[in-house]
Design a protein around this ligand. Structure first.
Ligand code: NAP
Ligand code: ZN
Length: 391
């Protein structure tokens, strides 16, 4: 099954929405992806064709705008570490060619006959989700992100059997259910990463009641794309923020520009020792393989660690720090659509955007390489319209 993240269990074939039945026949999908009859629109984009991860210009087809669809002229697309995991096939699930990108902002250019929420000219965003079953308890309670049949904006399989292609492209057709409005006061480039990085940290912060606990102490492991947004939400909601980082060079700006209260260098045993039992929550945003043990020691008794980072290998989870501190470790994956709109509106209200470095499409490879080397402050965003003449 195609998915953003590797799945442990397999989906039950019982009671599946008939639109989704082709999910179980990947070879058929590959065939259908090329022949789906209503895929008549030619789109230019950028794709990786193998696990070398090199991105090159790629022309492909998208579906016509259906009754529930909106067509979006893409203006900006963030470069999430998940894109890097996919182009390099870190998780072993990539269906090449892959057109990455799930931090998309743009303008609506067409709406289907059933579309009531959007009109031509609206400023909109699309994140990780492209389709879900619409029938299960999670879809019905606006937690589509936990639908067993969830399909993603790229490397997913849409209801019509076609493989989804993401935002490293000039135009997208999206079902209106998976589109959100972008507040008027927010710039379209710096808000783009909120569609994944933003909702991915906002959702667990809300779920664990951090956002209603001013004064409580939050630790954020990894000051990257997700981590720096988490600092911004945490400060807007009055939390005390400790960054736990492998990069001493990030301390000054973490405190002075992002407003973090405290900074622990995780490779410094003295600092880690001094931080023991000091935090109520920890958000783990680390993209690389790591052991959880010494981070767990930073939690108070009864503290909660939420894992959002998705390294390819299982993480070491020693029992002693769990047992001795009655601590909880849980995961979280992006957010539901209502919550994503709520998060965007919170960004509008508090003027929260990302710290970005804008790149042209012919700089995507360089940007991915720098992201792999932890050399970005704190998110690359592709200026899709600012295309170089040679591409
Ligand atoms: P990112 O910008 O590359 O940030 C990751 C940060 O992890 C780095 O900035 C670095 O921070 C830290 N780090 C890197 N290597 C490390 C190591 N070996 N040990 C400890 N820390 C290390 O990536 P991102 O875009 O924020 O994404 C982070 C992860 O979240 C990725 O695995 C991505 O796939 C996943 N993700 C999950 C979801 C979800 O729904 N759960 C959604 C989006 C992304 P320091 O320099 O401060 O140490
Ligand atoms: Zn992402």
């Amino acid at each position: 099954m195609a998915s953003k993240f590797p799945q442990n269990g397999t989906s039950s074939k019982k009671g599946v929405n008939p639109h989704l039945k082709p999910l179980f026949f990947l070879s058929i999908h590959r065939y259908m992806a090329q022949t789906t009859p209503n895929h008549t629109q030619t789109v230019s984009g950028w794709a990786a064709h193998d696990s070398s991860g090199k991105i090159t210009p790629y022309v492909f087809k998208r579906r016509e705008n259906g009754p529930n669809d909106v067509t979006i002229e893409i203006l900006y697309c963030g470069i999430c570490h998940t894109d890097l995991h996919h182009v390099r096939n870190d998780w072993g699930i990539t269906m090449y060619p892959v057109v990455p990108g799930h931090e998309i902002t743009g303008v609506v250019t067409k709406v289907g006959t059933n579309v009531t929420r959007f009109k031509t000219g609206d400023r909109v965003g699309v994140g990780c989700l492209a389709a879900s079953c619409l029938e299960c308890e999670f879809c019905k309670s606006s937690q589509e992100n936990y639908c067993d049949q969830i399909q993603f904006t790229y490397n997913g399989i849409f209801w019509d059997g076609s493989i989804t292609y993401g935002g490293y492209s000039r135009m997208l057709v999206a079902d209106q259910r998976y589109v959100v409005r972008v507040p008027e006061n927010l710039p379209m480039d710096a808000v783009a990463p909120m569609l994944c990085a933003g909702i991915t940290v906002y959702s667990p912060m809300k779920d664990t009641k951090m956002l209603e606990s001013p004064g409580k102490k939050l630790g954020i492991i990894g000051l990257g794309g997700l981590g720096h947004v988490a600092v911004k939400f945490a400060k807007a909601f009055g939390l005390h923020v400790t960054i736990i980082s492998t990069s001493p060079s990030k301390e000054k700006e973490a405190k002075e520009r992002l407003g973090a209260d405290h900074f622990i260098v995780s490779t410094n045993p003295k600092q880690m020792q001094a931080g023991k039992r000091s935090l109520d929550f920890i958000l783990d945003t680390v993209s690389a393989n790591h052991s959880l043990g010494h981070y767990l020691e930073l939690l108070k008794v009864n503290g909660t660690m939420v894992i959002v980072g998705a390294p390819e290998k299982p993480m070491e989870l020693p029992s002693f720090p769990l047992i001795f501190g009655k601590r909880t470790v849980k995961g979280s994956m992006t957010g539901g659509m209502n919550e994503t709109q709520e998060m965007m509106d919170v960004c509008g209200k508090h003027n929260i955007t990302c710290d970005i470095e804008v790149v042209k499409p012919d700089q995507i490879n360089e940007a991915l390489e720098r992201l792999a080397n932890n050399d970005v402050r704190y998110r690359f965003v592709i200026d899709i319209a600012g295309q170089s003449p040679n591409l």
